[in-house]
Design a protein. Structure first.
Length: 193
């Protein structure tokens, strides 16, 4: 085998090894992001938005809202900040869609605060933080299970402590969502957003 072939083989093996390590490491981060589980200690919970379709909620958003309803029912003192703007292909902001859904399921409007300008997880938490009383530095984050690690890292960057409520991930989007989230998590760790 020529030297250049050995170098190519070594480079390929190195790329594969780095890829395997990265997959393992981001998986560990995602798993760790599902802790600590919220217990009602925090007075404010931020529900992170997801796609609103023309005629319905995406399954991801529905599962997040199901988790929010269960948590709100168990903790009637908690105020929910509904965070998500309106994409160009969405009929309304994610926050407004969440408000309507939660009110239809019996959550009082007085317990809901809308943050409807954000377009990313970073903005969800940044803009939601501005809606918190100035003395609040600890929140609950409600989102899809795979999404919580990155959301908690961003909260930490914004000087917020957090616990979490994990919503299950719909099987139909699980592979795509988890792959995309692993890449976004690496970006957040490197760039801080």
């Amino acid at each position: 085998m020529k030297v250049s072939q050995k170098m190519i083989l070594l480079a390929c093996l190195l790329v594969v090894a780095v890829g395997i390590f990265g997959w393992w490491r981001t998986g560990k981060w995602i798993e760790a992001g599902m802790e600590p589980v919220a217990d009602g200690t925090n007075d404010y919970a931020i529900v992170l938005g997801a796609k609103v379709k023309q005629d319905s909620l995406s399954l991801s958003l529905r599962y997040r809202l199901d988790a929010a309803i269960a948590y709100a029912d168990e903790n009637p003192h908690v105020t929910l900040i509904l965070s998500g703007g309106q994409g160009s292909d969405e009929p309304m902001s994610e926050a407004e869609a969440m408000r309507r859904f939660l009110m239809d399921y019996g959550i009082e409007e007085s317990r809901l605060i809308l943050e409807d300008a954000s377009t990313s997880t970073y903005e969800n938490l940044l803009y939601s933080k501005k809606l918190l009383p100035s003395d609040v530095d600890s929140i609950t984050i409600i989102s899809s299970d795979f999404h919580l690690a990155r959301a908690q890292r961003i909260a930490e960057i914004l000087d917020l402590k957090s616990d979490v409520v994990a919503a299950k991930t719909p099987k139909v989007v699980e592979a795509k969502s988890v792959l995309r989230e692993r890449l976004a998590l690496v970006r957040t760790v490197v760039v801080g957003r």
